[in-house]
Design a protein. Sequence first.
Length: 400
Amino acid sequence: LGNHLLKQGLVKAGFGWLHKAAEQDFVRALDMLGVLLLTGNGVQQNPDMAIQYFRRAAMIGDAQALYRCAEMIFSGVGSVADTAVAMDCLVTSAQQGYPFALRALGIMLQHDAKDLALTALQLASYAGDALSQHSYALMLLSSNPAQAKFWFGQAADQGLFQAIRRYQAMADVEAEQPDEPELAPILRDFANQISELTAPSFVKHAIDTLSEEVKVGQVADFFNSVECDYLIHTAGPYLQPARVVSEDAAISHHGHRTGETAALGNKHLDFGQAWLQQRIASLSDHPHAHAEPLAVIRYQSGEEYKLHGDYLPENSALTAADFGGQRVQTVLVYLNDDFVGGATHFPHLQLSVQPKAGYALIFSNTDSDHTPNTRSLHAGTPVESGEKWLASKWIRALPI
């Protein structure tokens, strides 16, 4: 009845009946109330109360609720961020075969436990999750291109645009549908293998110095194709025309910057995406608490970001301590390289970096005293053909 009333637009009445069902620990009612409060869809948004409903459903053992708790606790939405507790929820959800939890583990374990990542994505692919099918195909591409094409085709049928492109690019390969394995014993073995799993630690990568003057460095192959495409897919639906911060601290659309951007903050809960954000932030000199939400940017042919600095106007409200102070560092990860043009150019350093998929670029925006360094001015030069995707993480002097 509550669900029916919601569909009629009678939110208050529907909420009341759902609450009566939730009082009797009916899992789907608990989950629906949590979603309503988390999104603010027809009711006042309240993440703190939302997670209480999800936790009650999780305590009953519901895999979907466990995954929702993992997302929120990992990102600190409605609760204090706690990676260990979030991982416990994620693992328990994945052990029950919940596709989103399996997908998240498939993304997280790309570098530390590739076999486990492959199994997680295989299980989620057979469950019908398009993002997992695409990621699984990418992992199979070098060893079994015929089966990889089959899985690209499955994801493409669900409208995943990178899957459509990759499927079309394999015109000379005949897709081969694999024989469906017995999934129950695979899941049982997988559940046993991950029973003691904890979050992988972030490896300290060697950074190749490109400029000492402004501290510009590069990390080769920081992301693989699975991670690059995952961010492209999760950001794609949220792209908006890019805006700039002017000298007077006004934020607006401006011809100085074309292209589109998606800011992936806590409104865009996704465990795999949040994990990748933390990986990117780990390249900076500051804790993740200093990092702004990730911006994923797309430049199409003819689009650019003219000469600019990533630091904010000095002494403006945007650099107040409550907002994290000045932007002191930038971490970029190039998500593709199948385009012409689009270099990151530092004219004062006589340095131009041509994007390579998966490479990370790290540079300082300020001097050691957090004063803007104008020699860090840079431009995203025009894309001549194709489209350029990159992820940008701005790091503040103070926690945000």
